[in-house]
Design a protein around this ligand. Structure first.
Ligand code: HEC
Ligand code: HEC
Ligand code: HEC
Ligand code: HEC
Length: 183
């Protein structure tokens, strides 16, 4: 068979099998779509997607930036604080400044929009938790948040009362605090 006939034969074969080929591709597409939706579902343990795919593994792990650099108020006030975009740009005006995700930071900065980070840690609504007293007692971030510096995306976490009470019992901290916790 000369190459032109072979090509023609292949073309006819494809034309004749258009239906089956279409359905095979459709099946592959639907399978991938299913897998995507399955793994992207909020039930997956990877945690919610963030507006910028910020990685604690890169920043707090590989680059060893201290937690307090970005969450400076954890030991000083009731709220640990989320880094304002200026703080990201402090480095990223120089580091990978043209990365598309860093351009998003500029957009937030230029439009004066706080980065809409998705909250992942929750305590029940009636519970009153403050960082300051815990940090003053030298309790490490990791005791409650795990090895954050190894995580790309933080998982969702609902703190349960048992978790709080176990440590309070162990450290002989105030258990009657539940009067204070339930304000
Ligand atoms: C103290 C410096 C510093 C600060 C502050 C900082 N970064 Fe980074 N960031 C880096 C370095 C270093 C890299 C690694 C760059 C590389 O891959 O060459 C990086 C990488 C990244 C990347 C690239 C993707 C990745 O994970 O590798 C993104 C996105 C990013 N940073 C977002 C942020 C955001 C958002 C903030 C603010 C909350 C921030 N950074 C604050 C130093 C910093
Ligand atoms: C370069 C800045 C930076 C550093 C360093 C950093 N963080 Fe973060 N942190 C962020 C940003 C931005 C978010 C919001 C996006 C996200 O959840 O990934 C965040 C979110 C968090 C949250 C989740 C808050 C919530 O939504 O409930 C915890 C907990 C946290 N960080 C703990 C830590 C700990 C512990 C360290 C040190 C091991 C650390 N962070 C170091 C920038 C930083
Ligand atoms: C004793 C347990 C405990 C320790 C220790 C602890 N945290 Fe938390 N953290 C929590 C709880 C509980 C929440 C959720 C509180 C809430 O939603 O009010 C939280 C929430 C956060 C948040 C999100 C706050 C927000 O505004 O949504 C950040 C950021 C954070 N912690 C950072 C840190 C850092 C950094 C350290 C170490 C310096 C630390 N935490 C130590 C228990 C702890
Ligand atoms: C790893 C140990 C540990 C965990 C986990 C922990 N605590 Fe504590 N907590 C302590 C210690 C120790 C003290 C006593 C601090 C002092 O005496 O100054 C304390 C004190 C307190 C106080 C009284 C001081 C204040 O801030 O008003 C409250 C309220 C409190 N914790 C709430 C909670 C809640 C809510 C949780 C769970 C989300 C929790 N704690 C988890 C160790 C822990």
């Amino acid at each position: 068979m000369d190459p032109t006939t072979r090509l023609k034969n292949t073309a006819t074969a494809v034309a004749n099998n258009r239906g089956p080929i279409f359905f095979t591709l459709l099946t592959i597409f639907l399978t991938l779509l299913f897998l995507y939706l399955f793994y992207a579902s909020p039930a997956a343990s990877v945690g919610p997607a963030q507006p910028i795919p910020f990685s604690h593994r890169v920043h707090a792990g590989a680059k060893a930036i201290a937690c307090e650099f970005c969450h400076p108020y954890a030991g000083r006030s009731n709220f640990p604080g989320m880094p304002p975009v200026e703080k990201c740009l402090y480095c990223h005006n120089h580091i990978i400044a043209n990365h598309p995700e860093i351009k998003k930071e500029h957009n937030y900065f230029d439009t004066n929009t706080p980065t809409p980070w998705v909250k992942v840690n929750y305590v029940p609504e009636h519970v009153f938790f403050k960082h300051i007293r815990h940090i003053k007692k030298d309790i490490q971030c990791a005791e409650c948040h795990g090895a954050v510096e190894t995580m790309d995306r933080l998982p969702r976490n609902n703190f349960l009362m048992g978790f709080c009470v176990d440590c309070h019992r162990q450290k002989k901290a105030n258990l009657g605090c539940w009067l204070g916790c339930h304000n």
